[in-house]
Design a protein around this ligand. Sequence first.
Ligand code: NAD
Length: 372
Amino acid sequence: MPANKKLLMLPGDGIGPEVMGSALDVLNTVATVEDLQLDITEDVLHGAAWKEYGTFCRPETIARARQSNAILVGAVGGPEWDHIIIDGGPAEQDGLMKLRTELDVFAGLRPAKAWDSLISRTPYRARCVRGANVMVMREMCGGSFFTTHRGIEELPDGGQRGFDLNEYTSPEIERFARASFEVARHRKGKVISVDKSNVLLAGVLWQEVVGRIGSEEFPDIELHHYFADNAVYQLSRNPTAFDVIMGDNLFGDLISDQAGVIAGSLGMLPSASRGAVDESGRRKAMYEPVHGTAPDIAGEDKANPLAMILSYAMCLRYSFDMGEDADMVEKAVATVLDSGLRTGDIMQPGMTQISCQAMGEAVTTELNKLAG
Ligand code: NAD
């Protein structure tokens, strides 16, 4: 029987609370089936935290996150808060970035798979995409997104200079490479590392360090280095050829969106961000959909909750060591899609459109059937 787990839920803003509500149904179903004792705490983040406390991420929230086995996040942000600029670096401007930085969850896992029943929603021909299942590993806590070497300066000639230094240290690359190779070990064991070592020196170091960690510590993994532009091209052409693709914060961001095309909708893309194993043997991890708060449909019960539900499946697999239950959740999602039920973002001719809540209930019903 799985041990008790502490879970922190941060529904966030916009459609965040709606998709989190559906994930909660799934979470409670798995807990009942497996006799899993979940100690769930809920808190506010970003816009919701600003409204209540005038800050994007409270110290109390960070403390709760540190005590948890896993953190589930809906999505954060919206026009109400996007213009607010407060003192401090980039992480201070965004509750989610603040939490990721504080927990040092540097390894982003962004899986994208082609769902058989959604293939016609992708721009691909079925034979080019069927079976595609890609894991993009994105470095989450470094590079130009987090550098303090940034600014917009006035120049003597009246022009301006904008800059964000893209810097990586060898320890940052080493830990991320290990995390990526470990993930690959539980998949097909094939890794493509992307960089621009043909033009950027940070890329030269990236390639050298990834190659060294690969050959010294993960000789069982097949590693190739691609230039980032070529990787995006090859991925668009032939997504089924890829297993794990790893890249820095910027390239990982771009490549994960490109990979996401194979899933048919933003509403189908889950993600995880994981840290290193600490002294107590625990690994900090956050699970969240890739999509944002979708202000255009927030509050209308129209959002697709499957990315959030699939993020919880990742939590079962990676934080709770409950891989079979994660498989069961993914199977329940596939069965619901095969049955023709759709939220608006994945609607197709001849299918039945349902609400966010109804989609959560449909997955829960399937889960109960699968659990027998
Ligand atoms: P978005 O992902 O919120 O929306 C883009 C489009 O996709 C919209 O048309 C939206 O309706 C649709 N969409 C997204 N998720 C959906 C879902 N689950 N079901 C159905 N349709 C869905 O991106 P955006 O509009 O660029 O950003 C809106 C806000 O979200 C901004 O404030 C942005 O900063 C924030 N954001 C947050 C995160 C995060 O919390 N991880 C990520 C991206 C954007």
